[in-house]
Design a protein around this ligand. Structure first.
Ligand code: SF4
Length: 319
């Protein structure tokens, strides 16, 4: 595997008295697509914001291309903005309604003071690569379909020539066929431009299609991480198993019995003691209520935070 282009080490993000992200470590390698999965409110978007310099870390570190990028200074913000771009979840809301597509494409170049005939021609070529001809330059965001607006947002992000794109639910709300086109486009751009993606989604079908590795989050922490194919085939954490069991497309024959989790996601302001998942976990034991499991590396290359990982249990039963 290539060297990480981005390393989040033991990172925390706090808003007031709420710790939205608590001791998360993530490595993103060059040319890789890493999925970040979990229910809404689990801290995924806070990680995205922290990586893009939009939320300060309250603990831990962020290295981008081996340089400390979380000290919060102006130079840092510029360094991060030159390398990392956020593809927003709601593209229409992220595009100013008063600007035409042409003005939206020109804006990042002007902000960076890199506007020139060459950079403008490259931006228009990017738009064309997205399947949007020059006739789109005079259109306004409200005149675009959901798929077209996402392509414009992507072209705008790419004018900054980032190395890393943090894509927050990039296909949410799109029809299945348009979703497929968008995923193919993202994959093609990644390979052609040498990009790395942190792909945030709660849609497991999409994550299964585009990511090589995945990290599963629960209540501000990573509970399992490893190769997507391995985790989706044989989850080791009961939370990963429950997420997968509720997905009919991943498991069309329902070989896995659907696991309905008890209760709601607890508030990150007041997380349960011990394992944060113990109030909802179908296999919780008394120790789970008092001792927090560490994220530990397993022999098959994944890491899991559980006192009783499922793969160990099934291996023991098979043996
Ligand atoms: Fe369930 Fe206990 Fe594992 Fe937490 S540590 S996931 S409560 S079995």
């Amino acid at each position: 595997m290539t060297a990480p282009v981005l390393s989040l080490n033991n990172a925390s993000v706090r808003y007031g008295d709420t710790t939205a992200v608590d001791g998360v470590s993530i490595d993103l390698h060059a040319g890789e697509t890493l999925g970040l999965v979990g229910e809404s409110g689990c801290g995924k978007s806070s990680i995205a914001r922290a990586i893009c310099g939009l939320a300060p870390l309250s603990g831990g570190s962020l290295l981008i291309e081996d340089q400390d990028a979380a000290t919060g200074g102006k130079t840092d913000r510029r360094f991060v903005a030159d390398r990392v771009q956020l593809l927003f979840q709601d593209p229409v809301a992220s595009l100013s309604p008063r600007l035409t597509v042409g003005a939206l494409l020109a804006e990042p170049l002007k902000i960076r003071k890199t506007f020139s005939p060459e950079s403008w021609a490259a931006a228009v070529a990017l738009l064309r690569d997205m399947g949007l001809g020059e006739q789109f330059l005079s259109r306004y965001p409200h005149q675009l379909s959901g798929g077209q607006a996402r392509r414009v947002a992507l072209a705008r992000v790419l004018t900054a020539k980032p190395r890393i794109i943090v894509a927050d639910e990039p296909t949410a709300g799109l029809d299945l066929s348009i979703q497929g086109d968008m995923l193919n486009l993202l994959r093609g751009l990644r390979d052609r431009l040498g990009l790395s993606y942190l792909f945030i989604s709660h849609n497991l079908n999409v994550v299964g299609r585009v990511t090589e590795r995945v990290a599963i989050m629960y209540l501000g922490q990573i509970v399992e991480t490893g190769m997507t194919s391995l985790l989706f085939r044989a989850p080791a954490h009961p939370y990963t198993q429950a997420l997968l069991s509720s997905n009919l497309t991943i498991d069309p024959e329902r070989r896995r019995e659907r696991i309905i989790l008890k209760g709601e996601l607890p508030s990150p302001r007041n997380p349960p003691p011990g394992c944060r998942f113990h109030l909802r976990c179908p296999i919780a034991q008394p120790v789970c209520a008092v001792r927090q499991p560490a994220l530990e590396a397993q022999a098959d290359g994944r890491a899991v935070a559980c006192h009783f990982p499922l793969t160990t249990i099934s291996q023991a039963m098979a043996g």
